[in-house]
Design a protein around this ligand. Structure first.
Ligand SMILES: Cc1ncc(COP(=O)(O)O)c(C=O)c1O
Length: 430
């Protein structure tokens, strides 16, 4: 037995089977394997390698910063590179006047956003306002607080460990939200209003929501008008809206932010992470609207949440700038058309073999398959040169599927390859 095989058992990771192949090199969306073949990454790593791997632009930024200075927390050197990143980032996502807190991952971004929302609402209103409402089909990170808040039933802490926290409103998606006489629509948001009123608006700081559902459920898209109604309900009650765009932000769903698919739903706070570091660095960014940021600077405000030793790491900022260089050089018309073609090709597989449902937007789709069929499909896809990211539990405990999320820099040929391989895999397990 080689030392890797011997030591594999040390990995404290989830129960997902580890890949059978060994990666020895990468290029864009492709992984080159020890066997001499290559495999297409239809999952963008864990939904993060949005600009592909081995980017010369990211490399150039990292190298330049490395030889300038490789560490300098805000208390050590002036944070020029961080402010350059914040400026570029805020403009890129259409929120040019926001203030930004950087963190080292998505989970910490959510934690910081929760702290800021509580701070803002308390100093503004002088009330308690501590509650954060999340949906029954949500994931917001792996810390004790974010696991306790979120609705991912497979990952919920035991009752004695959940700080008396839990999801506050039903997700507006058919498998979890049954109606006798209609489909989910914008009026499902009224249940959020009812929950805020039940708790008393003076006790609620914010509604925390993934504007398009991520891997807990698999890329469900909310009904048109739903997010706008959420914003209206919260505004009427002085409750903040936080969009968790850790997974969906930075063009994953075809637009800079997933909320850009609809009007009237700009949140007070947005959290970004995966697509910003794009797998080159761990990072989180919490963007706060200027109207709300002024309360954080108020003389009665609490201390700002500590961001952590590594949050202002200059190499992290350099990598993110390289990612923005890549993203901003994309041909957006071609990118949009490619996302649409991917969506159409995948939708045409609905009902083929074990496929029960396909939903999503842009470069993010959830393919739900019949119980027990996930791993056979994944294996058949891998044999045809592509792999995806599995999800479980979109409502029914036994439901399962996989997220199709190729890197955003995939070419027309790549998309064609992916959909042909997937179609072949579905036929094979039919
Ligand atoms: C919507 C959402 N929020 C938060 C997180 C946590 O981010 P991280 O794994 O970087 O801590 C994730 C990670 O998958 C996510 O999908």
């Amino acid at each position: 037995m080689d030392s890797y095989a011997r030591n594999r058992g040390r990995l404290l990771t989830s129960s997902r089977p580890l890949p059978d192949f060994e990666v020895v090199g990468t290029q864009g969306p492709w992984l080159h394997l020890a066997s001499g073949t290559r495999i297409f990454d239809g999952s963008s790593g864990l939904l993060c390698t949005n600009v592909g791997q081995s980017s010369p632009k990211v490399h150039a930024r990292l190298e330049k910063q490395f030889f300038r200075y490789s560490f300098g927390g805000a208390a050590v050197v002036q944070p020029h590179i961080q402010t350059e990143l914040m400026e570029r980032l805020c403009r890129a996502v259409g929120r040019p006047d926001d203030c930004v807190a950087l963190t080292t991952c998505g989970t910490l971004g959510v934690e910081v956003a929760v702290g800021l929302a509580r701070n803002i609402t308390r100093v503004r209103d002088g009330k308690l306002r501590g509650d954060i409402l999340t949906s029954t089909l949500s994931y917001h990170g792996m810390s004790a607080l974010t696991l306790a808040l979120a609705g991912n039933h497979a990952r919920r802490p035991r009752p004695e460990d959940n700080f008396d926290l839990g999801p506050g409103y039903p997700a507006p998606y058919p498998p979890t939200h049954a109606h006798e006489d209609r489909n989910c629509d914008a009026s499902c948001a009224n249940e959020i209003g009812q929950e805020i009123d039940r708790r008393g608006a003076e006790n609620v700081a914010a509604v925390l929501i993934e504007p398009i559902n991520g891997t807990t459920g698999g890329a469900f898209v909310p009904p048109d008008g739903y997010l706008r109604r959420v914003s209206e309900i919260c505004q009427e009650r002085d409750v903040l809206v936080i969009h968790d765009e850790v997974l969906t932000g930075m063009w994953r769903t075809g637009t800079p932010l997933a909320s850009h698919h609809w009007d009237g739903c700009e949140p007070d706070i947005v959290i970004l992470s995966k697509g910003l570091g794009a797998g080159y660095t761990s990072v989180g960014a919490v963007l706060v609207s200027p109207e709300m940021a002024r309360w954080i600077r108020h003389e009665n405000a609490d201390q700002l949440p500590a961001m952590g030793t590594m949050a202002t790491h200059p190499l992290m900022a350099a990598a993110c700038l390289g990612v923005l260089d890549e993203l901003e050089e994309m041909d957006f018309a071609a990118f949009t058309a490619r996302g649409k073609r991917l969506g159409e090709a995948l939708t045409s597989l609905n009902g083929v073999g074990p496929v029960q449902d396909i939903r999503g937007r842009g470069f993010l789709y959830g393919v739900e398959v019949a119980p027990g069929q996930l791993w056979p499909v994944m294996k058949a896809a891998e044999e045809r040169g592509v792999f995806f990211y599995p999800f479980t539990g979109a409502g029914h405990p036994k439901s399962e599927g996989f997220v199709v999320a190729p890197p955003l820099i995939s070419t027309d040929e790549d998309v064609e390859f992916l959909t042909t391989a997937l179609s072949g895999a579905l036929d094979a397990v039919n």
